[in-house]
Write a protein that binds this ligand. Structure first.
Ligand SMILES: [Zn+2]
Length: 482
């Protein structure tokens, strides 16, 4: 009889706020150890936490992206446990009144659309980081203490390693699209815990699960699910039982090791955080955040594909890094650039420049202002310049920061699209190539192409090829008719 894998995921996503969740220390990765700390995030007696508004707006964006209910009232709790990198002895989290509940994540896998329900998404703070050195000593970096997180808890609805991987990828894309998390799993800004159990196909009840903590790559997650489910199936088939347990994935050994017996919520002795007031949000606040989002990632994907004709790869590129969406939004919304042209220029030319120079979208937008980018796109659309010309202009803006008009003039990129001017040139070319005119048969394109080539040559490459082609056809046909 076959077995079914049952997986629920808890994704911890670090928010990209300027400061930490409850103090004014910078929220920044990679600083010298223990330099971004203060009495509040270290939990010194008498220090009081104050909630950072950016955390609330980003958590709201995420809840809206998930289609979740943002609760008008939520509260903070202390989750008590002792760990060397948690100097306070507790973590500020949300327990029985979380920030948001419900919503879902949707992705395509094997030609099917899967929908996984989300139980809740709540706000909490990160702990510090222990580092185990080769000589056996352990050092602790407290810079991460108090960095804001949202924890996104899924229902146990994932049924294979591939589904779990696709789910995490989608959540990461969405977080980047709304610009609240950089999704960098190597740096730990996105991590997940997997609750894994197995049951015989067709069974409705769940068996005991084992939780694997702190997975920091999608391939690790997929490996863990394979190894863990095989291990559990073997136990059941040998007539043994599986006990609830917390495990850590040992990447080198490719095995999950026991960390501790799974605590129930009793063990954490949750109690309301006495130093923070209840969090109250009115509908107006939530609507304000919604208005700042353009569209949710789900809506954005649907609109770009169905209305504007973007393809899957172009949408995928847009979601691949935080910061792409805000720039594209500026292009389309603020500067009225044609969305379809934006797709081709952004996913090819802009991405090429960013890759080549190792620029983030923020660095790109600083060097190539959206206003200039939009102008170049409109010049290509109205045939002032060719696609190749437009690409060259964008590259030169990235190099020099010059204005599009100045670059177009200096490089002589302006196309001749004026029919009157081009008509004269076409007439000349036809005079010079009487054989071609004689041999041309209406409806055939071979000689049309040849003659258009001559027109482009005669204008030193500045003839607009589309207009030139139209004119060559027209004039050839009229000569045949005479
Ligand atoms: Zn601090």
């Amino acid at each position: 009889m076959s077995w079914e894998v049952v997986v629920g995921l808890e994704i911890h996503a670090q928010l990209v706020t300027r400061t930490k969740a409850f103090c004014r220390c910078p929220n920044q990765y990679g600083a010298a150890p223990n330099t971004l700390v203060c009495p509040t995030c270290l939990g010194m007696p008498g220090a009081l936490p104050v909630l950072n508004e950016e955390v609330v707006s980003q958590a709201t964006k995420l809840a809206l992206a998930l289609g979740a209910t943002v609760h008008p009232h939520s509260k903070f709790d202390r989750k008590n446990y002792f760990y060397p990198d948690l100097p306070k002895g507790y973590q500020i989290s949300q327990y029985d009144e979380p920030f948001s509940t419900g919503g879902f994540v949707e992705f395509e896998l094997g030609g099917e659309t899967k929908r996984i329900r989300v139980t809740r998404a709540h706000i909490e703070e990160d702990a510090g980081k222990s580092q185990h050195l080769a000589d056996g000593t352990t050092v602790v970096d407290m810079n991460r203490c108090g960095v804001p997180l949202v924890e996104i808890v899924s229902e146990p609805e994932l049924r294979s390693p591939a589904e779990a991987g696709a789910y995490v990828r989608t959540v990461r894309d969405w977080l980047r699209a709304i610009n609240v998390c950089d999704g960098n799993m190597e740096q730990g800004s996105l991590r997940c815990d997997a609750n894994i159990s197995v049951r015989r196909a067709g069974e409705l009840d769940f068996n005991e699960r084992r939780e694997v903590k702190n997975l920091n790559s999608i391939s690790n997650l997929e490996q863990v699910i394979v190894a863990e489910s095989e291990w559990q199936i073997k136990r059941y088939e040998a007539g043994e039982t599986v006990k609830r347990m917390t495990l850590l994935w040992d990447e080198g050994a490719e095995i999950a090791r026991e960390m501790r017996r799974k605590e129930g919520s009793d063990d954490y002795r949750y109690f309301p955080e006495p130093d923070l007031p209840e969090l109250t949000l009115d509908a107006q606040y939530i609507e304000g955040v919604r208005a700042s989002m353009w569209l949710t990632p789900r809506e954005l994907k649907a609109e770009l594909m169905a209305v504007h004709g973007w393809n899957r790869e172009q949408v995928q590129y847009l979601f691949s890094s935080a910061g792409h969406v805000p720039y594209v939004r500026e292009l389309v919304q603020d500067f009225g650039a044609d969305p379809k042209s934006v797709a081709s220029f952004y996913a090819t030319v802009a991405s090429g420049i960013m890759n080549e120079r190792g620029w983030s979208p923020a660095e790109f937008s600083q060097q190539v202002p959206a206003a200039s980018f939009a102008k170049v796109i409109s010049y290509q659309l109205d045939r002032t310049i060719s696609f190749t010309g437009a690409s060259a202009v964008i590259k030169e803006i990235a190099d020099t920061g010059a204005e599009p008009d100045a670059i177009i003039s200096a490089r002589g990129l302006r196309q001749i699209s004026d029919r009157g001017v081009l008509r004269q040139i076409v007439e000349q070319v036809l005079e010079q190539n009487p054989d071609a005119v004689l041999k041309h048969k209406p409806g055939e394109d071979k000689l049309v192409k040849f003659l258009v080539g001559r027109v482009i040559q005669a204008t030193n490459k500045s003839a607009n090829p589309a207009v030139a082609t139209e004119l060559v056809r027209e004039l050839l046909d009229s000569r045949k008719a005479n």
